[in-house]
Structures are given as structure tokens and as C-alpha cells.
Write a protein that binds this ligand. Structure first.
Ligand code: COS
Length: 380
């Protein structure tokens, strides 16, 4: 599908892919196994401009488009899905809302350090009692003098342990539900803020997932992001972009499954010939490849629409739904093709399955994706 890409996009894709193959692939299994945040890799990706790909140079970004970002997240995730989500949560969920909803002052203050990767961001919406039903968050912000005072606990926050900048969603008018939510920018180190429990996960174990605790945490009045009580839209618009990031991560996992399965089936001999000579294997490879390309095209379409400034909520939901199910499908098939070797840690296939599953869940479960898609149909 290279013919759909510009020369600049292809060059970026090649550069990130080469870096990921040479520098991330050799350590991916170990990072995953030990649950180590890839700080050195993130530093190098920052030097390559990857932490701010889709943002203008005036704010420290690489001045490229969202399609380029999609290609970069896919290329990284092919070798390490944990690193893929670290980049995606930072860029789509933390840099993007400041870029889209921030005042000029906020953009100048936060974006250069975030786009250069000097500061990592996270997006804190989810709470123990508010997952899919994001409008029921209980964390509060009360204006006291010239400070907003925050109280509450967020959980399942990707990059929670490393984030310097937190995009926090709180209830400012509880009785107004989704119309009483506001977004704030919180800086690490603010008294009253601390990182809580670290989750022990099935996959993407090199990325942190933590609780964030706010206890009488006072932040400057001017850290309100967007308009007061309009934060739910900030969250939803941001998640539309985030879902394309997760679709791109899922594409990377699916691609890894296909490439590993092709290589293994050409090499592994049974009954006197390579197993790729058997139609049973060929059909699995054909289905994996078809699902991958359909998912790629949906993700590319959503990314292109974002670049054109169009509304793409339905398209992002379709891309994430399809790409995440493709990643799990391909990971299951990759294990099947590898047989017993697919089930042991000596090969990567079992890691792909563990990493793929979360793409069906985070940044909106696939049940929520189906709601977003069907409600856009039913609205007419
Ligand atoms: N873009 C812009 N506006 C949006 C929007 C989007 N993608 N999605 C919803 N909105 C707006 C609606 O238009 C509505 O606006 P008004 O108040 O002006 O009418 C408002 O937001 C509320 O929307 P809605 O009534 O549909 O809200 P619900 O509480 O029913 O929730 C879902 C809708 C389920 C789609 C939403 O809660 C959701 O996406 N949940 C999943 C949350 C999630 O992804 N969590 C993961 C967190 S990050 S790991």
C-alpha cells in the first residue's frame, strides 16, 4: 500500500522501522518480561523527533502529519507494542489536547518540552468506578482563591509513573454529569499529587499503568484546559485520535505476527517439507494478510480524515475495532502456525497475543466502539 504514501511519509516509515528493528527488537522481550520502562529507547526516539511527529515546528514538533505518526506507531509496535503505546499515549492523549484546546500561553509553555520528549505526558480520565461510562467520574476540582484544588483517584493510567504532565479530567459540576466535566493540566511534583499502585499486567508490560492520587492538590487557575465544564468533549475528541493510535499499535502487532509466521513456516519442516507448502498454513497466512490490509486501510482513512480536519469519530472507532480484532486474530494464528513453539517464550508469538488483547480494551472497549459506530448510523 506504499503507493498511498508520500515520499516524506515513506522515508519516515523506513527510518523508524530501521531504528525499531535494530535498537528495540533485541531488547523487547527482556523489557516486557521484567516490566522495565524503555527510558533509553524513548530518549533516542525523542532525538529522532518521534515524540512530536504530528505537531508544528513552532511548538517543537517535527511538522509532519498524522499519517506519518500512524506509520511510526505501527513501525515501533511491530517490534515492541509497549513502546508503541508509550509513544501513542504521550502524543495522542497528552500533546494533542494541549495543541487543540490549549491557550497560546499553554501551548508555548508545555508543547516544546513534550514534543521533544523531554517531558512525557499522560491522560487521566478513567477511575475505579468510571471506565466505559466516563461521564460518571468522581474526582473533583474546587476553585479556592486563584487555585483549583483537586481531590480523587484515577486508575489504569498509561505512562502514569513517568508522566511529567498530566491531562486530568474532573467533575466541576457533578449534577451536570458529562456537561459538568473540566480538563486541567497538572505538573508532576505539585504537592498533593502522587503516583499510587502499579498494575501487574498480562501484556505491554514495559509500559507503566498506575493509579494517580490527588489529595488537596492545588494547581494554578490558568491550568484549566479548554472551557470550564466542556472537558467531556476535550476527552472524547482526544480519544478519537487516541483510537487511531491504538489501531496503529494493533497493526504493528499484526504485521509482526505475519512476518514471523511467514519466516517460521518457510523454515520449519514436517513430513519432509517446509510447512508453508501445506494449504492449511497458506490459508492462515492469506487470512492474516487480508485482515491486516483491511485494518491498515481503515486506519489510514481515519488518519487522512484527521489530517484534513474532518470529523472522524466513527472512522476511528471502526479502525480500532477492526485493527484490534485483527491483532488478536493474527496472534492466535501465529501461535497455531508455530505449534508448540508458539506457546513458549523462546519465540515472540505468545507475547504478541498478550500484547494484542489490550488493544480490544483500552481507549474505549470494542463494545464502546460498536456503540460509537452504530449511533452515528442511527443519527442518520
Ligand atoms: N467528539 C465530540 N463530541 C463528542 C464525542 C466525540 N467523539 N463523543 C461524544 N461527544 C459529545 C456529545 O455530542 C455530547 O455533547 P452535548 O453534551 O453537547 O450533547 C456529549 O459529548 C456527551 O455525549 P454522550 O451523550 O454520547 O455521552 P455518554 O455519556 O452517553 O457517553 C460514550 C458516550 C459511551 C461514547 C463515551 O462515554 C465513551 O467514549 N466511553 C468510553 C470511554 C473511554 O474510551 N475510556 C477509556 C479511557 S482512556 S484508556
Amino acid at each position: 500500500m506504499d503507493y498511498l504514501l508520500t515520499e516524506e511519509q515513506k522515508m519516515l516509515q523506513e527510518m523508524v522501522s530501521k531504528f525499531a528493528k535494530e535498537e528495540i527488537a533485541p531488547v523487547a522481550s527482556e523489557l516486557q518480561e521484567k516490566g522495565i520502562f524503555p527510558a533509553e529507547i524513548i530518549k533516542k526516539l525523542s532525538e529522532l523527533g518521534v515524540m512530536g511527529i504530528g505537531y508544528p515546528e513552532e511548538y517543537g514538533g517535527a511538522g509532519m502529519d498524522f499519517v506519518s505518526y500512524m506509520l511510526a506507531v505501527e513501525a515501533i509496535s511491530q517490534y515492541c507494542a509497549s513502546t508503541g503505546v508509550i509513544v501513542s499515549a504521550h502524543s495522542s492523549l497528552a500533546v494533542d489536547p494541549i495543541f487543540r484546546f490549549g491557550t497560546e500561553e499553554q501551548k508555548k509553555k508545555y508543547l516544546p518540552d513534550m514534543c521533544s520528549g523531554k517531558k512525557i505526558g499522560c491522560h487521566a480520565l478513567t477511575e475505579p468506578g468510571a471506565g466505559s461510562d466516563a461521564g460518571t467520574i468522581k474526582t473533583t476540582a474546587k476553585l479556592e482563591g486563584d487555585k483549583w484544588v483537586l481531590n480523587g483517584t484515577k486508575h489504569f493510567i498509561t505512562n502514569g509513573a513517568e508522566a511529567d504532565i498530566i491531562i486530568l479530567f474532573v467533575s466541576t459540576e457533578p449534577e451536570q454529569k458529562t456537561r459538568g466535566i473540566s480538563a486541567f493540566i497538572v505538573e508532576k511534583g505539585t504537592p498533593g499529587f502522587k503516583v499510587g499502585k502499579h498494575e501487574d499486567k498480562l501484556g505491554i508490560r514495559a509500559s507503566s499503568t498506575t493509579e494517580l492520587i490527588f489529595e488537596d492538590c492545588a494547581i494554578p487557575k490558568e491550568n484549566l484546559l479548554g472551557e470550564l465544564n466542556k472537558g467531556f468533549k476535550v476527552a472524547m475528541v482526544t480519544l478519537d485520535g487516541g483510537r487511531l493510535g491504538i489501531a496503529s499499535q494493533a497493526l504493528g502487532i499484526a504485521k509482526a505476527c505475519i512476518e514471523d509466521s511467514v519466516a517460521y513456516s518457510n523454515e520449519r519442516e514436517q513430513f519432509g517439507q517446509a510447512i508453508s507448502k501445506f494449504q492449511a498454513i497458506q490459508w492462515m497466512l492469506a487470512e492474516m494478510s487480508t485482515e491486516y490490509e483491511a485494518s491498515w486501510l481503515l486506519t489510514y482513512r481515519g488518519s487522512l480524515m484527521k489530517d484534513k480536519g474532518m470529523r472522524y469519530s466513527k472512522e476511528a472507532a471502526m479502525a480500532k475495532l477492526k485493527a484490534s480484532e485483527t491483532a488478536s486474530f493474527c496472534a492466535n494464528k501465529a501461535i497455531q502456525i508455530h505449534g508448540g513453539y508458539g506457546y513458549i517464550k523462546e519465540f515472540d508469538a505468545e507475547r504478541y497475543l498478550r500484547d494484542a488483547k489490550i488493544t480490544e480494551i483500552y481507549e474505549g472497549t470494542n463494545e464502546i466502539m460498536r456503540i460509537v459506530i452504530s449511533s452515528s448510523l442511527l443519527k442518520g
